[in-house]
Structures are given as C-alpha cells and as structure tokens.
Design a protein around this ligand. Sequence first.
Ligand SMILES: NC(=O)c1ccc[n+]([C@@H]2O[C@H](COP(=O)([O-])OP(=O)(O)OC[C@H]3O[C@@H](n4cnc5c(N)ncnc54)[C@H](OP(=O)(O)O)[C@@H]3O)[C@@H](O)[C@H]2O)c1
Length: 244
Amino acid sequence: MKIGIIGAGNIGTTLARKLAACGHEVKLANSKGPQSIQSLANEISVNAVTKEDAVSGVDVVILSIPFANYPDLKQTLADVPEKTVVIDTSNYYPGRDGTIKEVDEGKPESVWVSEQIGRPVVKAWNAVLAATLANKGAPAESSTRIAIPVAGNDPHAEALAQDLVEDTGFTALAADSLEDSWRQQPGTPAYCTELTLPELKAALNAADKSRAPQNRDALIEKFMAPGSQFTHEQIVATNRAMTA
Ligand SMILES: NC(=O)c1ccc[n+]([C@@H]2O[C@H](COP(=O)([O-])OP(=O)(O)OC[C@H]3O[C@@H](n4cnc5c(N)ncnc54)[C@H](OP(=O)(O)O)[C@@H]3O)[C@@H](O)[C@H]2O)c1
C-alpha cells in the first residue's frame, strides 16, 4: 500500500518504520522539511518528502502531529481525493496544546480534527504509548497480544486502518463511531493501558466521559511532578489504576 505520514516524531517515525518493514511504500514528512529527516528516512527505508508530496498519490494518509497544529493541514489536504483514507493518531492535552473550548465542552477530539482539516478521519494508534508501539507488538497468534481501538464512520476506511494496525503488531478492535471515540481518549480505561482484546472491549464499555479529563490532568500532573521518575511499566500501571 502507498502511505503518506505527516509527523516524524515518536509515533509517526515508529509507524513509518514498522509499515515500511511490512513492505508498504512509505513517505514521511514533518514541518521543517525533507532535508531535516533525510538520514532518519534512509535508516528506516522510507522517503523523506514535503507535506504536499506525502499526501499525493497515496492510498492512506496518517496524521501524527500535535493536536493544536491540525488546522495547519487543511490546505495540505484540500486536493486529496475522497477515496484516500485519513487516519488521525492525535490526543488533546490542554497543558501542551492550549485550551480548545469545543473539546473542553465535550466534542470528541477526532471529530474536532475532522472539522479542522475538512474531511473524515479514522482514529487509530492514539491510545498506545510510543514505547508500547515501538516495543510491544506481537504475532497475531499471541494470547497476550495488545489490542488497539480503531474508531470511524466509514466501514471501508475503518477496515483499512484495522489492517494497518495489525501490520504494526497489535490486534485492531473495531470501536464505535467517531462521535463515540471519546471512549479511547486520554483519561479513559482504554487509553495507554496495554490491554488484550477482551480487556479492551470491557475498558471501552466502562469509559466515563465526565471523569476522563480529570483523570487525564491528574495523570499528567503525577508524571510531570518535579523529581518524579516512572518506568514504562509504572506508567502503564498508573494509567490503569487511576482510570479504573
Ligand atoms: N508520544 C506518544 O506516546 C503518543 C501516543 C499516542 C498518540 N500520540 C499523539 O500523536 C501525535 C504525535 O505525537 P508524537 O509524540 O509523535 O509527537 P512529536 O514527537 O512531538 O512529533 C511531532 C511531529 O509533528 C511534526 N509537526 C508538527 N506540526 C506540524 C505541521 N504543522 N505540519 C507538519 N508536521 C508537523 C513535527 O515536525 P517538526 O519537528 O519538523 O516540527 C514532528 O515531526 C500527537 O497528537 C500525540 O498526542 C502520542
């Protein structure tokens, strides 16, 4: 498949590396321009390109940039054919992204993203830590394989995103519509808690929309407290405990 990824950070680069390793043809872009990621691209066998090139002539576009920057991409995506599937990996953290009133008032994050960029999206890979994505993929037959929720409104686009999630070493769970994708946002039991498929189904069902933002902010405060040091396993355990 031909894939364009915008965002060459923790998530975008890991996705690029994994998807290229599966045989997909991957183009990778950031904001600074292709030269700034040329050696990285060579290392992971992808093409470093401009944003405009990343969305041209591809089957799928994956957007993996900071939440508040999504409005920047409206123009970039303006001429992309409708049939091109757009996947959004983002999460909203007001401390990092600034206050976005509509999202604070309850609009699901990927619904806001979709409105900002002017086209439908599928939400995937948002609920997995970068280190989990990089290091904890497993073969499909593994009984402890971690599952990732995939939410969207178009069955074809969702199915394609699910296939790509599987390619990255995780079980794809078809979650609900984009309007219900708050169930996999920060502060919910499904978010960055490394669950198997049955556990993830239960976690999505147990999500409490009113509690999630408080959980999100309390977790960030804990992780960012001066002098605090958490191992990866401790981060996952803390996420589980505080969202249970
Ligand atoms: N980190 C995680 O554990 C994690 C897990 C799940 C989901 N997410 C979400 O996934 C998204 C990406 O996270 P990340 O940790 O990978 O971020 P990151 O490491 O900070 O990387 C962000 C990337 O986006 C690029 N970028 C920023 N603004 C851009 C623009 N207007 N146009 C094109 N490229 C732009 C940056 O390029 P330059 O460096 O050139 O500016 C950089 O390559 C975020 O929404 C985040 O919430 C993160």
